[in-house]
Structures are given as C-alpha cells and as structure tokens.
Design a protein around this ligand. Structure first.
Ligand SMILES: [Ca+2]
Length: 334
C-alpha cells in the first residue's frame, strides 16, 4: 500500500498531544484558540507539547510564551519561523508580549520552530502527535522538507509519518474559495502547496466557512481581570465593554483536534488542490484559490452540523473555563 492510499480516520486519544502552530500576529482568534486549548489541558484531556509561531514580528515568542505562562505552562517550548515576516499590524501582540512575556526571548534569539518541532516529535510516542496549524503553513512545510539532525535520524516526512496522528489545519474554503484564496493559504502559497502534496498523514481542513459564522470573545468579562486573552480581545476590538466578538476560525480547529467531529460537524473526505498561478507571498495577496473534490482519500473537511450559536456558546464557556494557574512561579523556580 502506497502512503498516498491511506484513508482518512481520526479518533482522538484520551490525552491528545498537541503542537500548536499559530500566526499569533494579526487576528485575535489565535489567542482565543490558545485559551480553548488550555481549557482542555486543565481538564486533563490535552497536553501541549510545543507552541510555534509562523510569523516573525520580533515579539511573537514573548506573546505566545506569556500566554502559556499565564495558564501555568511557562516551560512549554516556543519556537518561531526565522523567515516569514509579520504583517506588523497586530493591535495586541506587543502589549501582551511586554506585559506577560518578559521572561521569554525575542524572536531573533528564540529557537526556530523547525528545531522545536523536530525535538518534540523525536521524543514523542509513535502515532501520538496532533499537529494543529492555525496560521501559515511555512513551519509545517519546513518540517516536511527537513533532513536528519541531532534529534532524529529520520527526515521530516519520515518523522511525521512515524509520530504524527493527524494534521488539523485551519485553511482553505470549501468546496471552493474562488475568486480569492483563503488567508492562511495566501500567507505562504508555496508552503501550502508543499504540505498538500507531501504530507504523509491525514489532514483535516477546517475551512474558512466553518468559523465564519461563529462569534466569540463576548463573554470575556467573566474571565479573570488580568487574563491576557481578555486584554487581546479588548485591544483587537477596541472595546472595553466586552461586547465585541470575533469569528472563531482558530478556536473551532482546536475543538476538532481534541474532541473530533462530535455532534458539532460532519466529515467529508476528499482531496484539495490550490491554484498557484500568480502566487504572491505574504503581504501582497495572490489568488491562490482552492478547490475540493469529494471522494475517498486521506484528507477531509468539516461540514457544519450544529447551529453556530450553540458552538459559540460552548467556545465562550471554554474561554472562561481556562484559568490562570498558580503553579507558574513554582515551575519557574524549579
Ligand atoms: Ca491564525
């Protein structure tokens, strides 16, 4: 059996081991997704193996690490892409970094996302890791292209095939994204193309249409007053009343990674293709539209089933459920 003949299947483990790959840059839903992830961690349903950033702004690691630390996990490895530039337009990233991330390195001196990926995968159990990508696909592409190193004699494709259970990616729009491609695909078209054609394990695509009608963040006044995610939504929405809500593209992706489709969504298997003509990277968006062909295959998309309001309510409750942890100082002093 050829590796491309694998059929889509995903049953989450009781403890889902997550690599959280985020652009944590412009949009605020990456912070909401991290809050949702820590709600599962604090319930004992997930473990965060690593958090890596795909857009390098200078302070992405401080921002991501600062949120990890707030929830009680200052030692979760944080890596950053050395190449992919930030949009420079984040209304919250620098403020969160300065307020919560002082103990973390700046992006210039931080570890690369690739090194962090390879280290955590090499020490993971076989077929155990769930990679969640809620930003550009540059880090995952770099991983797949990587050669053996001090962490593992396996190249990137072999390492992913051995250790990764599934990649859950917020990307694309289904069944088609024409005439304009979806944001995360457009951020790095070459990387998206490489991942689509070389990833040896199943990919679940959570398309733009899934999170689009689900608005969250508007229960944030029930979060702890010093919660960095609450602050990020205030800054992003320029709203301190707590009413502002944002679409939930990244949050729904995390829910699938930990719970599977549940009663929330149906699954449709098939294959994705993207148009790479006129591809333009990063800030100069090109078309890069995608097309989905339903049928048997190793990949799948989510199809809306539960009403958006009901999913929004669940996500809002999870954001509130994730609490500041008092183990932070103990861990730092170890
Ligand atoms: Ca994102």
């Amino acid at each position: 059996m050829n590796e491309n003949d694998r059929y889509f299947s995903y049953i989450p483990d009781k403890l889902v081991r997550i690599v959280f790959d985020t652009d944590m840059d412009t949009d605020v839903d990456d912070t909401g997704a991290l809050a949702v992830l820590y709600s599962y961690v604090q319930e004992g349903r997930a473990e965060v193996l690593a958090t890596v950033g795909s857009c390098n702004s200078g302070c992405a690691v401080k921002c991501i690490g600062g949120i990890n630390a707030y929830y009680g996990f200052p030692k979760v490895p944080v890596g950053i892409s050395p190449d992919c530039p930030s949009s420079g337009k984040s209304p919250y990233q620098r403020i969160i970094a300065e307020k919560y991330g002082k103990d973390f390195p700046d992006d210039k001196t931080a570890r690369s996302a690739l090194e962090v990926y390879r280290e955590v995968l090499s020490s993971a159990e076989e077929n155990s890791v769930v990679i969640t990508v809620i930003g550009a696909l540059n880090n995952l592409s770099d991983l797949l292209k990587s050669e053996s190193d001090k962490y593992s004699p396996l190249n990137g494709i072999e390492l992913v095939k051995k250790k990764v259970k599934i990649c859950v990616i917020m990307g694309g729009r289904f069944p088609q994204s024409t005439p304009v491609g979806e944001y995360n695909i457009r951020l790095d078209v070459d990387a998206a193309y490489y991942v689509i054609h070389n990833c040896p394990v199943s990919i679940l695509w959570s398309g733009q249409e899934i999170g689009e009608s689900i608005f969250t963040g508007n229960m944030r006044n029930e979060m702890e007053k010093d919660n960095p995610v609450r602050l990020a939504y205030n800054l992003y929405g320029n709203d301190e009343t707590g009413i502002y809500a944002r679409q939930s593209w990244d949050l729904t992706t995390i829910v699938y990674a930990v719970e599977g489709a549940g009663d929330y969504w149906d699954i449709q298997t098939g294959s994705i293709e993207i148009n790479t003509e006129n591809k333009i990277l990063a800030s100069n968006f090109g078309p890069a539209y995608n097309n989905w062909t339903a049928g048997e295959g190793k990949d799948a998309i989510l199809v809306q089933k539960m009403k958006s309001e009901k999913i929004a309510n669940m996500l809002n409750k999870r954001m509130v459920m994730a609490k500041k942890s008092c183990v932070e100082e103990n861990l730092l002093n170890e």
